[in-house]
Structure formats: structure tokens, C-alpha cells
Ligand binder design. Structure first.
Ligand code: MN
Length: 271
């Protein structure tokens, strides 16, 4: 498998993503998960094989719970060097923010990866920062035939039961980058948060709202590094407004009557 589709979809004069080439097989196989806020938030799951990164887009991200099967849409192979990419895609295909959410190595639990892929049942072990232990990718055979790209692109990513499985929501528990330790707004602030002020990758719905928040936070982060600009003053004003709103909601330090009553009821029960 080569990288034709990957290259066809991108204009490397306009995107910071690597153009890449098919790499030599390494003894340690690389894997990564890139959290990608584009038209929708998703997690790109990538396994190095035959010099490229086999790739699946997982809308809800991986789950450590073996009962929770996550839809994984098979997408085009990516160059191995893409696995270190984190940054902003300003326009075009995949426009948005890419965070390197997890990375490490993987070991196939089969001698013949190509045969397993063809069969639609690839078992493997991950050794990342966040994802570890035994997993499987299973092709669903058209169950989600209506989805983008057709049924044969639909797989399920499932955790096998082992020491690394459990009901911890890993995407909630460990949301940040393993490369920069940043959130989306930190990654955007490293680049140019002003870029989408007029034309954002997603405008409406939850994704649009997410972009709006991240762009605002990134502008604030950036202005904190360059004080005295108009952006700083705007961000400060927004921050003050946010602080005022927060005050009325109550924080961890502000004990309201409800939780106290709940606690005392509970302690009475225990006695
Ligand atoms: Mn993606």
C-alpha cells in the first residue's frame, strides 16, 4: 500500500502535514492516536505496517471497556512520519487541530498481518502511554454501510479483557497531548489562533462551539505571551466576564447546602 490517496487529498504548499514517503520496516512497530478536531472531533488510530501507517478514524475514541465497541472507519494510509505530527491544518482536507494523544509501539498477535487485515480481524498488543494490552480491530461487514466510505470501511475497535481494561473513560481521564502536554487551545496558540476568525473549519453545532471556545482560549494564551496588544485587552475583558459567570455557579470551594445535606445523610446511614 502506498500513499497516493494521502497525497491526492492534500496540497503540501498549504498544509504543515508531512508529505512523507514509504518508510523501511523497523523492528519496533510504531502506533499512535491523533485527536483531531476538524468537521467533527475524532481520534485517528494508526498502526505502522509495511512502511506506512494503517489508519482508522474513531469518532468516539478508544474505550478501555471490552463491552464498548467503538466504530473505526478505515481511512487512507499515512506516512510513518505523520505519527509525530501535532499542529494546525489551516485549510483544506482535515482542516482543524491535530493533537498527538497517544503513541508507542504495537505487536501483532498474528504472524501474518496482511492476512488478518484481509480477513477483517486483526488482534494486537499496544504499548502506549495511555493505551496498553490486547485489542482487536474487526471489520463489520456492512453494518454501517450508510456511513462515509461504505460498509467495507467500517471496523470496530475493541479492548480485550486484561490488566489494562476497565471502565475508566480514558479520553476524559487523559485528554492532553503526549507530545506537548497541551490541550487543543495550547496547540492552536503555538500557531495562529487568528487564522479562523472569519472562516472556521466548523461553524455550527457542538463542533462549531468547541472551535469557538478553543480559538478564544488560544488567543488569550497567545496574548499573555505578547502583553499590551488589543488582543490582550479583549481577552482580559472576556476573562473577567468568564470569572464573574463562574462565581455565580459555585466552585469546589463554595459549599452549597445540597451536597452538605447529602453528605450528612450518607454518614448517618453508615453509622
Ligand atoms: Mn482525522
Amino acid at each position: 500500500m502506498a500513499l497516493e490517496e494521502y497525497k491526492r487529498k492534500r496540497d503540501f504548499k498549504k498544509t504543515p502535514e508531512p508529505e512523507g514517503k514509504v518508510a523501511a520496516q523497523r523492528s519496533e512497530r510504531f502506533f499512535c492516536v491523533q485527536k483531531h478536531l476538524a468537521s467533527h472531533l475524532h481520534y485517528d488510530f494508526r498502526l505502522e505496517h509495511n512502511g506506512v501507517l494503517l489508519s482508522w478514524a474513531v469518532p468516539k475514541g478508544p474505550s478501555l471497556d471490552p463491552k464498548t465497541k467503538r466504530l473505526a472507519m478505515h481511512v487512507e494510509d499515512h506516512p510513518v512520519e505523520y505519527g509525530e505530527f501535532e499542529g494546525v491544518i489551516p485549510e483544506g482536507y482535515g482542516a482543524g487541530i491535530v493533537m498527538l494523544w497517544d503513541r508507542g509501539t504495537w505487536i501483532p498477535e498474528t504472524d501474518d498481518v496482511d492476512a488478518a487485515l484481509k480477513k477483517g480481524d486483526l488482534k494486537f498488543t499496544l504499548n502506549g502511554y495511555k493505551l496498553k494490552g490486547s485489542w482487536v480491530l474487526v471489520r463489520t461487514g456492512g453494518r454501517y454501510a450508510g456511513a462515509r466510505g461504505g460498509g467495507d470501511r467500517s471496523w470496530l475497535l475493541i479492548k480485550h479483557r486484561d490488566d489494562w481494561s476497565g471502565d475508566l473513560d480514558i479520553t476524559e481521564f487523559a485528554p492532553r497531548s503526549v507530545k506537548s502536554d497541551g490541550e487543543f487551545e495550547d496547540i492552536l496558540a503555538q500557531d495562529n489562533p487568528a487564522i479562523w476568525h472569519t472562516n472556521r473549519p466548523a461553524k455550527g453545532g457542538d463542533t462549531g462551539a468547541m472551535f469557538a471556545t478553543i480559538i478564544e482560549r488560544a488567543a488569550k494564551l497567545k496574548s499573555e505571551r505578547n502583553p499590551g496588544t488589543k488582543a490582550t485587552r479583549d481577552a482580559d475583558a472576556k476573562d473577567e466576564r468568564a470569572a464573574r459567570t463562574k462565581d455565580t455557579k459555585g466552585t469546589k470551594d463554595t459549599k452549597t447546602k445540597e451536597p452538605q445535606r447529602a453528605r450528612s445523610t450518607q454518614s448517618k446511614k453508615k453509622k
